[in-house]
Design a protein around this ligand. Structure first.
Ligand SMILES: NC(=O)c1ccc[n+]([C@@H]2O[C@H](COP(=O)([O-])OP(=O)(O)OC[C@H]3O[C@@H](n4cnc5c(N)ncnc54)[C@H](O)[C@@H]3O)[C@@H](O)[C@H]2O)c1
Length: 308
């Protein structure tokens, strides 16, 4: 396939680009380098530094493309709480600009990196795709409203759209700036002997999924013959206490950790676990990398990085 990957210099995007190139696909990336901390991607792909909201540029990049993987976003909940308008501008309105460009250029397939944040505090766990959605922060709301835009474009203009609602993604290549996610923060603090800060006493229950599994879900979605709008949870399907994850990191690294609790963190649900039966049944995808193996690979990545 010939793909445009938005946000392809980011954590998940750069891994996806590698998977696509390994599969012999032709890849162009658009990324404004605003949050990834990375300015190089797999050399087999072409990186164009620019904004997804730039219609003229995006139309040019859509020339002869079969599919768009849309990952570019303001992805940090705390920033979305400080700057809600920016979250909606980037995650909703830039997305609509991208859809308009696709419509004009006749590109009619998009795989969208959505988020479990759209569910807010779920009424039950594991959460299913049709369960209620009541986002509790501007980030979740902006991801959800763009799903609504995708549904509209699917029904009104025949664009095939698949929204993949990721739970907590972890793995090598996460260079997010500022670092806000638990796993990369904890691993880096643990390796450098710094204090490992946790929230809520580490009692929150979350669902973790390894980045390679997420990349496979994107490729399976792009290859599917589905028409219209579809949404799927992409998670490990298993709930784990955050403290247990910190303890697994400690076990793998083999060092004592200075764990200190920072207490509450606003905009973060207590328990959020994916029901993944829909994607398994309809697309044949399920996670392949268990948590311990995934954490070992992630720790190796940060060990190498800290040597540089
Ligand atoms: N990492 C997770 O656990 C997780 C969970 C749920 C959903 N997601 C979604 O997955 C996608 C990728 O997340 P990630 O973890 O790789 O984040 P990331 O911040 O590493 O990557 C996002 C990339 O998009 C780029 N970008 C942002 N706005 C842009 C714009 N207007 N134009 C061009 N490029 C722009 C950034 O520079 C960055 O490289 C996001 O849409 C995010 O909402 C991630």
């Amino acid at each position: 396939m010939r793909a445009l990957v938005t946000g392809g210099a980011g954590f998940i995007g750069s891994n996806l680009v590698k998977h696509l190139c390994d599969g012999g696909h032709e890849v162009v990336v658009i990324d404004d380098l605003s949050s990834s901390g990375r300015s190089e991607i797999d050399p087999r792909a072409k990186l164009v530094v620019g904004d997804v909201g730039d219609r003229e540029l995006v139309e040019k990049l859509l020339d002869k493309k079969d599919v768009v993987f849309h990952l570019a976003a303001l992805g940090i909940i705390s920033i979305s709480l400080e700057k809600p308008e920016e979250a909606f501008r980037n995650n909703l309105m830039n997305g609509v600009r991208l859809l308009e460009a696709m419509r004009k250029k006749g590109v009619n397939k998009i795989v969208y990196s959505s988020s479990s944040s759209i569910y807010g505090e779920p009424k039950r766990n594991p959460v299913q795709e049709d369960d209620s959605k009541e986002p509790i922060n501007p980030y979740g709301a902006s991801k959800y409203t763009f799903e609504a835009a995708l549904s509209a474009y699917a029904h009104s203009f025949g664009i095939g759209a698949i929204a993949l609602r990721y739970f907590n993604v972890y793995g090598p290549g996460d260079e997010q700036k500022p670092v806000t996610r638990a796993v990369p923060s904890w691993i880096q603090w643990a390796l450098t002997g710094d204090t490992v800060w946790i929230h809520w006493g580490g009692q929150q229950v979350k669902d973790y999924i390894y980045v390679d599994d997420v990349c496979r879900a994107n490729i399976v979605a792009a290859n599917s013959k589905l028409k219209g709008f579809h949404a799927y949870n992409v998670g490990g399907g298993v709930g784990r206490k955050m403290l247990d994850i910190a303890m697994t990191i400690k076990k793998i690294i083999g060092k004592d950790l200075k764990i200190v609790d920072k207490g509450a963190r606003p905009g973060d649900p207590d328990t959020l676990v994916a029901d993944i039966s829909k994607i398994t049944k309809e697309l044949g995808w399920k996670p392949e990398v268990d948590l311990e193996t995934g954490l070992k690979k992630t720790i190796e990545y940060y060990k190498e990085r800290l040597k540089k």
